[in-house]
Design a protein around this ligand. Structure first.
Ligand code: TK8
Length: 337
């Protein structure tokens, strides 16, 4: 006799709007999310972080409070990654290149001259192989949500305009702490020095290094034009950013909470890519106006650089394995862009 009564009661509860509201409220708890990043607040990364936090707040009716920390105030990419793994920080965005020491498959995005257009990057990164690489993070204690755009990297330095391969000789060049970048610029003949981004401006200012490479957007937002004279349009690699979460923390969230954060990260991604491209389109003029001397490289010299970089491509293959490398190439061809 008891059973039908409980069943009836349960059915009534499930249908009641009050119950639905309570269930939803229980699903989203009041939480603080620390979201760290390396660039200034006034940058493409900072603008997207702000929008991300706003979207999370909106969708959770203010319960999920995302606090953003600019300019590596929670640490360099590497330090934040460790904090996420240990559960001391919830979320961050940074370069995929700085994750290679944790998840070697990330090195596939470091392949010199892999993409030539942003649309290729979107198709490959947002497709199944992009997801596959991202999912490799989980066994290391991180959860990858979405890729944002850092962008095509270009070279700046204080020694001379780089117009040909030989011009790299003797240039002390800061690279990201990443084996493929280190090897690529050694192959070019530069004296490549790995340094975290958070130490870069000072290293340039004090002339500890002669140059660095980053997208136009970053050269502008980090004011590298104040301490760098020459800019060479090399577009030598497309650099993704990746939004990650601490797996230890993420696994404790309800599905609703995870869904809210993921959706907001996607909205921020779409905004960020548009914003980055719009800014990049006018950044070169702004950098010139700020006194930088800009030069391009002839197609023949670019070809020589590509040829010179081949052992670095082999290094990527050896690191990530031929099957994954081929999968990326196939996705690139299938992208048709
Ligand atoms: C920001 C870095 C930056 C990267 C670099 O933390 O280190 O040069 O391009 O965007 O991840």
């Amino acid at each position: 006799m008891k059973r039908p009564l409980i069943a009836a009661l349960t059915a009534a509860m499930l249908c009641s709007p009050l119950f639905a509201v309570t269930a939803h409220a229980d699903d989203v708890r009041s939480r603080m999310i620390r979201f760290g990043y390396g660039l200034n607040e006034n940058s493409n990364q900072g603008r997207a972080a702000k929008l991300f936090a706003e979207e999370v707040a909106k969708a959770s009716e203010g319960k999920l409070k995302m606090r953003t920390y600019a300019a590596a105030s929670l640490g360099s990419d590497d330090q934040m990654q460790s904090a996420l793994i240990g559960g001391a920080q919830e979320m961050m965005v940074g370069s995929t290149a700085t994750l290679v020491g944790i998840t070697k498959e990330m090195a596939v995005w470091d392949t010199p001259f892999l993409f030539t257009r942003e649309q290729q990057a979107d198709a490959v990164l947002d497709g199944p192989v992009g997801r596959k690489v991202m999912d490799k993070l989980e066994e290391k204690g991180l959860v990858g949500l979405v890729y944002w755009e850092n962008g095509f990297r270009n070279l700046t330095n204080n020694a001379r305009p780089i117009t040909k391969l030989e011009d790299f000789s003797g240039i002390k060049l800061r690279v990201m702490p990443n084996p493929v970048f280190l090897e690529t610029f050694k192959l070019m003949g530069a004296n490549a020095v790995p340094l975290p981004f958070s130490e870069l401006f000072t290293a340039l200012e004090t002339r500890a290094v002669d140059g660095q490479e980053n997208p136009y957007n970053t050269i502008l937002s980090s004011k590298f034009y104040e301490v760098q004279k020459y800019l060479t349009v090399t577009n030598h690699v497309y650099s993704p950013w990746i939004v990650t979460a601490s797996k230890r923390w993420w696994d404790g969230l309800s599905q609703t909470e995870q869904g809210i954060i993921l959706e907001a990260a996607k909205k921020a991604r779409d905004f960020e890519r548009q914003d980055t491209r719009a800014e990049a389109a006018q950044a070169l003029a702004a950098l010139k106006a700020n006194g930088m001397q800009v030069n391009e490289i002839s197609p023949a010299e670019v070809e020589r650089m590509r040829e010179q970089a081949k052992p670095a491509i082999q290094q990527v293959v050896d690191t990530v394995g031929q099957p994954l490398f081929d999968e990326v190439q196939a996705a690139l061809e299938a992208s048709g862009s």
